[in-house]
Design a protein around this ligand. Structure first.
Ligand code: OGA
Ligand code: MN
Length: 204
């Protein structure tokens, strides 16, 4: 099943107008549950690696998640279903918004209780490959009292808190929005994804 064309248009228009957008149900419940089960199993098998920050890849108290990158050509069925869906959106953005996005990179992320990610921007200083950030949430039965919102800082000083409910996809322009992950009281699982444009060599 594909994303309905009306929904693709709504998402594309929202990205063009506001620079960000929430898609409530990107995948079927069964597909989302399969991703969540795989992420949890890999986490329990200690196959996720504590994340690093910046070009020096140093461990940091600023960021408390552990990650596992999807490997192109070696994806599990749940990873492939997610990637196919994101690719359909990527192609729609290219077609409608002339974004020139050539690929997606994705990783699982698990934030243990109390961990967050301090306010940051996803576009790296010396590399402008990342154009669209996408975060897909995997947490069944999430309550606001569990915390763990992604706080998206908007123009004009306001912000929006997006809670990590299973099935929800958040999209935003990587260069435009500072955001942070607030700590939660339970494990918080997601797939973080970036749609990338071609770059002509990395400076520095
Ligand atoms: C990131 C990030 C947000 C989230 O990985 O860069 O901001 O909600 N993640 O997990
Ligand atoms: Mn981020």
């Amino acid at each position: 099943m594909n994303i309905p064309p009306d929904e693709v248009s709504r998402v594309t228009n929202a990205l063009a107008t506001d620079g960000w957008c929430v898609v409530p149900d990107l995948l079927s419940a069964a597909q989302t549950q399969a991703l969540a089960a795989e992420c949890r199993a890999m986490h329990e098998a200690r196959q996720l690696t504590p994340a690093r920050v910046g070009a020096t890849r140093t461990a940091t108290p600023w960021r408390g998640d552990s990650t596992h990158w999807f490997q192109a050509g070696a994806m599990s069925a749940p990873q492939q279903a997610f990637s196919d869906r994101l690719d359909a959106l990527r192609r729609a953005f290219n077609r409608e918004l002339m974004l020139g996005l050539v690929e997606c990179e994705s990783h699982y992320a698990v934030y243990p209780p109390g961990a967050g990610y301090a306010r940051h921007i996803d576009r790296l200083r010396d590399n402008d490959a990342r154009v669209v950030s996408a975060v897909f949430y995997l947490n069944e039965g999430w309550q606001h009292a569990d915390g763990g919102a992604l706080r998206l800082y908007l123009d004009g000083g306001s912000h929006r808190d997006i809670y990590p409910h299973a099935g929800k996809l958040l999209l935003f322009l990587s260069a435009q929005f500072e955001h942070e992950v607030l700590p939660a009281t339970r494990d918080r699982m997601s797939v973080a994804c970036w749609m990338r444009q071609r770059t002509f060599g990395v400076i520095g």
